[in-house]
Design a protein around this ligand. Structure first.
Ligand code: 13P
Ligand code: SF4
Length: 327
């Protein structure tokens, strides 16, 4: 995807380099800020200036006075930062870090869908391309989706895209009948109900905690459903000592840091022998690529100016509503 300079991504890092120190020095020299999503590897989360979920990363990007934003996450997160800060340089360590959910919603088809429902308000999840955001009225993340949907009168007709699982979940907790785009995240869709129930037998006192991008049967057996930030907060606030975590397993790094006395068991996917579920796009970023990215100021995110001017409006609207709601 995009124009990643040929051969750049896996450029070898000189052997005598101490990665942590070199990254730290480069970020200071270049007045760069490193923002990381909770699905990044632990070493990247630990060196970042700020670790957050999708909403927090957008909020942080909108406020920073750094010259360069290095977004350790996936492409749409870099794009969101670039839309908010068109005059800053925005870098993502590996431009191949895409998103199956964003890919499940091609902009021309979504624009056609919107055009065919002219009386609908369009609410799009942040996991979308800039071109999809450009035909959207308000962007949401899983942290604020319920509250933003609730902020519209009950009779408002709403298109919600692209995640059908999040859309179904929001419909179920708000009593709405939003028209849903039929997209999904391959990571959250593949958790195994059978394996989760098996784990629950093994750890009967554990709470099952789940991201709303998961399918309904997983949500139904869960003790708590919430966004990445809400899941992390819940594990700190709950009296329970064990958690079966049905989301990308990167979040467990922060959960363990905040709760060293508690046990976190990653929920397994249905199609592998691996005990946890990782987003292979998120995991494309590495400390080596982060170093190269700061050193060479590549690869950079670009957004067409006309698309940027349209896409910034629904993102700003999300940030304004979230601020009013204290999110
Ligand atoms: P949040 O960070 O908004 O919880 O989203 C999860 C996700 O899948 C990010 O790609
Ligand atoms: Fe996209 Fe799913 Fe990966 Fe999040 S976990 S970046 S929604 S593919």
């Amino acid at each position: 995807m995009n124009d990643q300079p040929a051969g750049f991504v896996n450029r070898p890092v000189p052997k005598d380099i101490h990665l942590r120190e070199a990254i730290d020095q480069l970020r200071k020299e270049k007045k760069a800020v490193i923002l990381a999503h909770y699905y990044q590897t632990g070493d990247i989360q630990d060196i970042a200036d700020f670790v957050g979920d999708s909403l927090a990363l957008a909020q942080w990007a909108s406020k920073t006075d750094a010259d360069i934003i290095v977004l350790c996450g996936v492409h749409f997160m870099g794009e969101t930062a670039k839309i908010l800060c068109p005059d800053k340089k925005v870098l993502v360590p590996d431009l191949n870090a895409g998103c199956s959910l964003a890919d499940s919603c091609p902009a021309p088809a979504f624009a056609e869908f919107v055009k065919n429902h002219p009386d609908h308000t369009v609410i799009s999840y942040v996991n979308t391309t800039a071109a999809v955001k450009a035909v959207t009225d308000v962007v949401v993340t899983s942290t604020n989706a319920k509250q933003i949907v609730d902020s519209f009168p009950k009779e408002t007709k709403i298109i919600f895209g692209p995640d059908r699982n999040l859309g179904n979940y929001i419909n179920s907790i708000t009593g709405r009948e939003m028209l849903l785009w039929d997209g999904a995240c391959h990571v959250h869709e593949k958790f195994s109900l059978e394996k989760i129930l098996e784990l629950k037998k093994q750890y009967p006192d554990a709470e099952i905690i789940t991201h709303p991008e998961c399918k309904q049967p997983i949500i139904e057996v869960s003790d708590f459903v919430g966004s990445t930030a809400a899941l992390i907060k819940h594990t700190s606030q709950s009296d329970k000592k064990q958690f079966i975590v049905a989301t990308e397993s990167g979040v467990i790094h922060d959960m363990r840091k905040k709760n060293p006395d508690k046990e976190f068991i990653p929920a397994p996917p249905n199609d592998s022998t691996c005990a946890c579920n990782e987003c292979e796009f998120m995991r494309l970023n590495t400390m080596e690529k982060l170093y190269n990215c700061l050193r060479y100021e590549l690869p950079e995110i670009y957004v067409d100016r006309k698309v940027q001017e349209k896409a910034i409006k629904p993102i700003r609207r999300m940030l304004e509503i979230s601020e009013q709601l204290g999110l």
